[in-house]
Write a protein that binds this ligand. Structure first.
Ligand SMILES: *Cc1c(COP(=O)(O)O)cnc(C)c1O
Length: 358
């Protein structure tokens, strides 16, 4: 069997959820959209089931597959519905919906209410992507009430630059949200992971931690105590000794400068390891750091084993996890941990849950 594996540490996931919830106070949606950022939504939901206040996903389909798998906690659908008929299904499956657009308000007005819904009204406080303009908060609330669909109300907004500790726009967003919702009834939610870690002023009734649950710190300069949940790993499948001046891989991007032992690893961009990773990207072989050399192929990549004489065929290679942070790989590849994690595919997923370790 090909040794490419994503090892998922469910105890670490719970640890990170507790950390997020403690730090923020109040309640916390575990954000498990996009298949729990590539970690497996159902397995993650089950692992969090006893401790979580609720889950958040992006779209209805994600929410419904969790309900089908037996998940009973509140599930918030962050993009809300795309079509009016989904309102009825949302009510039937007891989903909480974000309402962020006039199109969604129209749907609420058109469809006769069945069971009443918990609706989270999203305000645009500066992301300028989704959400109602803040000065419309009262009017939107009135329309939603008029529709007869709504049992409970929440107010939310999303921070655009919370991972930049010195950026004043986050405080502006929080202030704008507070002004717009002052005196209006309902729960409040502002903070994503970076908001939880960096902005105590963003704490409200509910937090919405995503990336931090998976142990990828959005502000990696500080020690927040998160534990990586995914270890992406494989093994060396062959070794070759090359003299100086020898090209390795497609396009001869890497050329040996010295006698070099090259390890061939069963992992490629079809597994989600980024093709854009440059020479020098860290990898750990049998627990020791070395580096990627040569272009990443679809199914394979090559690493430098010259300084690791005891490693060879069968050696374990960590692409990211406890030795190599996914943030570091993402930085080299010109992207963010989120994208790398939710792109992992084809590899075998192995779930571990050491309950005693948390
Ligand atoms: C994805 C998402 C989150 C979680 O963000 P992280 O940066 O992963 O913590 C929170 N809120 C909304 C609206 C989102 O779309």
């Amino acid at each position: 069997m090909r040794p490419a594996v994503a090892r998922i540490d469910l105890a670490a996931l719970r640890h990170n959820y507790h950390l997020a919830r403690e730090r923020h106070g109040g309640r916390a949606f575990a954000v498990i959209k996009a298949n729990a950022y590539g970690h497996g939504a159902v397995r993650c939901a089950e692992a969090l089931g006893d401790v979580v206040d609720g889950f958040a996903v992006a779209i209805m389909e994600e929410a419904l597959s969790l309900r089908e798998a037996g998940v009973r906690k509140p599930i918030l659908v962050l993009e809300g519905v795309f079509e009016a008929h989904e309102l009825e299904e949302a009510a039937r499956r007891d989903l909480w919906l974000v309402v962020h657009s006039d199109a969604q308000l129209d749907m609420l007005a058109r469809v006769p209410p069945s069971a009443s819904l918990t609706l989270w009204l999203k305000l645009n406080s500066g992301m300028n992507r989704a959400g109602f303009e803040p000065d419309r908060a009262g009017e939107v609330l009135a329309q939603v009430r008029e529709s007869g669909h709504c049992a409970e109300i929440g107010w939310m907004t999303h921070l655009a630059r919370a991972d930049e500790p010195d950026c004043p726009s986050t405080a502006d967003q929080i202030a704008l949200f507070d002004r717009a919702t002052r005196g209006l009834p309902g729960m409040r939610s502002i903070a994503n992971s970076a908001g939880i870690l960096g902005w105590s002023a963003a704490r409200r009734d509910w937090a919405r931690p995503g990336i931090m649950l998976y142990g990828a710190d959005p502000m990696p300069g500080e020690a927040h105590g998160l534990r990586p949940v995914m270890q992406l790993r494989s093994r060396v499948m062959s070794v070759r000794e090359l003299p100086p001046g020898t090209p390795v891989g497609y396009g001869a991007r890497f050329v040996t400068a010295r006698p070099t032992r090259v390890g061939l690893v069963a992992m490629g961009y079809a597994d989600g390891y980024p093709r854009s990773a440059p020479d020098g990207t860290p990898v750990a072989v049998d627990g020791s750091l070395t580096q990627l050399i040569g272009r990443v192929s679809m199914d394979m990549l090559t690493v430098d084993l010259t300084e690791l004489p005891n490693s060879g065929v069968g050696s374990e290679v960590e692409l990211w996890g406890g030795h190599v942070s996914v943030n570091r790989v993402a930085e080299g590849a010109g992207t963010i941990s989120y994208e790398l994690l939710c792109n992992v595919k084809r590899v075998r997923f192995e779930y571990h849950d050491d309950a005693s370790s948390f």
